[in-house]
Design a binder for this molecule. Sequence first.
Ligand SMILES: Nc1ncnc2c1ncn2[C@@H]1O[C@H](COP(=O)(O)OP(=O)(O)OP(=O)(O)O)[C@@H](O)[C@H]1O
Ligand SMILES: Cc1ncc(C[n+]2csc(CCO)c2C)c(N)n1
Length: 257
Amino acid sequence: MSSSPLLNRKWKLDFLSKDHSQRIQNKARTALIILNQPIDEELLLKRLWDSSAWHACADGGANRLYDLCGNEERRSQFLPDLIKGDFDSIRPEVKEYYRKKGVDVIQDNHQDYTDLQKCFASLGEIESRVGEQYTVLISGGLTGRLDQTIHTLSVFHKLRVSRPRLFAITNENVGWVLDHGEHTIHVDMSSLGPTCGLLPVGIDETILSTKGLRWNLTEAPSSFDGLISTSNHLAGSEIWIKTTKPIWWCIEIPREH
Ligand SMILES: Nc1ncnc2c1ncn2[C@@H]1O[C@H](COP(=O)(O)OP(=O)(O)OP(=O)(O)O)[C@@H](O)[C@H]1O
Ligand SMILES: Cc1ncc(C[n+]2csc(CCO)c2C)c(N)n1
């Protein structure tokens, strides 16, 4: 009788590295979706943009990119491949600027899907054409309006099997879903941490075991209604987590980076 092997994933966050050669290692198959949320110039234009080959803005995310670039010279160096949404947030001059520069500017007025989902739909079409899946970096999504934030948590949770390499990056955090199984996470502690969290969202309960944290757990039940490991600390650069159900996991991006 065969049983399915336990999921055992390794994670390395090259896209947050301060080292350019590290950042571009997986560039060819990495996509960036910029949401309408604040993000620092260094983080967005250097680390995330540099790490990705395909760039999209979800509606008002284009305003963020336009404003962060500051002047025409920089703006023309950071042209996205796609701007998509219902266009209730993108400013007219921003839309016109990118349209004139030849960016694919697609209005989709569907009112049952968010601008983030509309960008995923376009990326899915590209992936079908190239026959490969991209790692996806989302700029924003974990802060701001609570309904939008919960939407991000839910989208990631639902995509955990079909699109496991999906990360949300804000000025404060990098976060993603760890599906049931074992995970080994390599962290460059000079650019990430020290705080981290293991968050049982969208599930009744999980059983957690960890190594490499300051407050480790051993076969510990964790639930929204019970124990949640928040404000934990990375104790070293290799973290091991075993979970029986999908959880959200986040690591702090320290302010000076
Ligand atoms: N206040 C906010 N808090 C958190 N996330 C946001 C917020 N505003 C926008 N976003 C994210 O940025 C994306 C683009 O946002 P934008 O402001 O252009 O459109 P929206 O009309 O508010 O969002 P949507 O149409 O997707 O509901 C949204 O899909 C969402 O993921
Ligand atoms: C049950 C239900 N709740 C909310 C919305 C509204 N909504 C969800 S996504 C979206 C698009 C925003 O650009 C809008 C307006 C809906 N359609 N159905």
